[in-house]
Design a protein around this ligand. Structure first.
Ligand SMILES: *Cc1c(COP(=O)(O)O)cnc(C)c1O
Length: 426
């Protein structure tokens, strides 16, 4: 069978395939830039692995306390060298991105301190961590106050407000790189650098923490290259390369990361304990693959933007915009279109492809949420996935794709389902 016939067997009609190829013909330049960036990311990771003399002994499992765990300690040095930081905490005991962020915040904020968010309202799951929605063990309960400076209408930092807003009480400043489930633009590393400089010009010893989720390896530099004291993220997103089955990371200054380690395990124990439980092969190899896996996801996002833009749907970011994360928002305008889109993404999956996603209530959301994901790692969103709250403007957030051909198939099948439902014309 040729590719055309194989695509037909997978459910993509010749008309949809031809439409996709027309769109792709215009994207060669974009893809070349994405691949050049992956090459740079790959070189960064390789250099860090070689410098730290990664070898087979580092893949051995440890149990119990995990004292002198060479694999774990080497992986942390590899992360630190890749992000150009003094220290790193990379562990399966950081159970998800929210946990890593909660550890970074609670370790570096004491009663009476103020947390200042300068990129607007943080990601939904941090609302309980901060105490914006009352929750046991929130920072608010421990006497940490919170203030927020919103982004400007154009999506940039409000630098004058930031300079005026940083006070003697401001101990830690929060920046979120990715848009999360908002339709604001994602912040570039360059912009983040300007905001960090504004904070430090007023209070040089204020620590700046960047929620780096979905941003790793999308640009040649990371927020830690432009002055962030901590960058924090999840291993079931970009840096796990699709292979990490669990985990989070915190990279940054020795002072900040030490406190995170004491908060994660116990005062006095810190980074010295924490068995690797046999996960080192997946965590090393996943990080090795992360730059090219991220590039596959970015290619998929650009292709989705170009396809849906051409059909007249509002997309964020546009297909010709520079990318700062792997998320693509597409405003589909109706529940029927969201259902059709998600059905196509699901049908493209290697796992659970026979399932039809339907909207359902979700904790923390005021509307029902529809989700398409057929992943090897539960909840992994560096694997091809799409989701969104079922309410106007009926936007789906499309992300991931461990390989570019899989991301491409997902976009083509989403298009096929919209076509079959009579919701679009090619
Ligand atoms: C995913 C995400 C988080 C939370 O990570 P989890 O692993 O889902 O807990 C936090 N911030 C942003 C911007 C994210 O995208």
């Amino acid at each position: 069978m040729n590719t055309n016939e194989l695509y037909q067997a997978l459910g993509v009609s010749p008309a949809v395939l031809a439409y996709g190829e027309t769109v792709l013909a215009d994207l060669a330049g974009r893809f070349a830039a994405i691949d050049a960036n992956a090459e740079l990311g790959q070189a960064k990771v390789l250099a860090a692995m070689q410098k730290n003399r990664v070898n087979a002994a580092h893949f051995a499992a440890t149990t119990g306390y995990g004292y002198d765990d060479a694999g774990r300690d080497t992986l942390e040095r590899v992360y630190a060298d890749t992000f150009h930081t003094e220290a790193a905490l990379v562990r399966p005991q950081l159970v998800c991105g929210t946990h890593a962020l909660a550890v970074a915040l609670s370790a570096n904020l004491l009663p009476g301190d103020e947390l200042l968010a300068i990129s607007g309202k943080p990601y939904d799951t941090l609302e309980e961590v901060i105490g914006l929605r009352p929750s046991p063990c929130s920072l608010a309960e421990y006497g940490v106050s919170y203030r927020q400076i919103d982004l400007l209408p154009d999506g940039g930092f409000d630098l004058p407000a930031i300079r005026a807003g940083v006070s003697e009480k401001t101990k830690l400043v929060h920046i979120q790189r990715s848009k999360g489930y908002q339709t604001r633009p994602t912040l570039s590393v360059a912009r983040i650098g300007e905001a960090i400089a504004a904070v430090k010009s007023v209070k040089p010893d204020a620590a700046v923490m960047v929620d780096n989720c979905y941003g790793e390896f999308v640009e040649p530099t990371e927020p830690s290259d432009v002055g962030a004291d901590m960058c924090v993220g999840s291993l079931i997103k970009n840096p796990g390369g699709g292979l990490a089955p669990i985990g989070g990371y915190i990279v940054g200054t020795r002072a900040c990361v030490d406190r995170c380690a004491y908060r994660l395990s116990a005062p006095g124990l810190g980074q010295e304990v924490g068995a690797n439980l046999g996960l080192m092969p997946a965590l090393f190899q996943g990080f090795f693959l992360a730059p090219t896996v991220t590039a596959s996801a970015v290619r998929g996002a650009v292709f989705a933007a170009a396809v849906y833009e051409r059909l007249g749907f509002p997309v964020v970011p546009a297909s010709d915009e520079t990318r700062h994360d792997v998320i693509q928002a597409i405003e589909l305008g109706s529940e029927a279109a969201m259902r059709a889109f998600c059905k196509g993404i699901q049908q493209a999956a290697p796992v659970d492809s026979y399932v039809t996603p339907v909207p359902a209530p979700m904790p923390g959301y005021d509307a029902q949420v529809i989700m398409a994901a057929g992943a090897f790692v539960q909840g992994s969103s560096i694997e091809l996935s799409a989701d969104g709250p079922v309410r106007p403007p009926y936007a789906v957030y499309f992300q991931g794709g461990l390989t570019w051909p899989h991301a491409k198939l997902g976009v083509l099948l989403s298009l096929q389902k919209l076509l079959d439902a009579g919701l679009i014309q090619l």
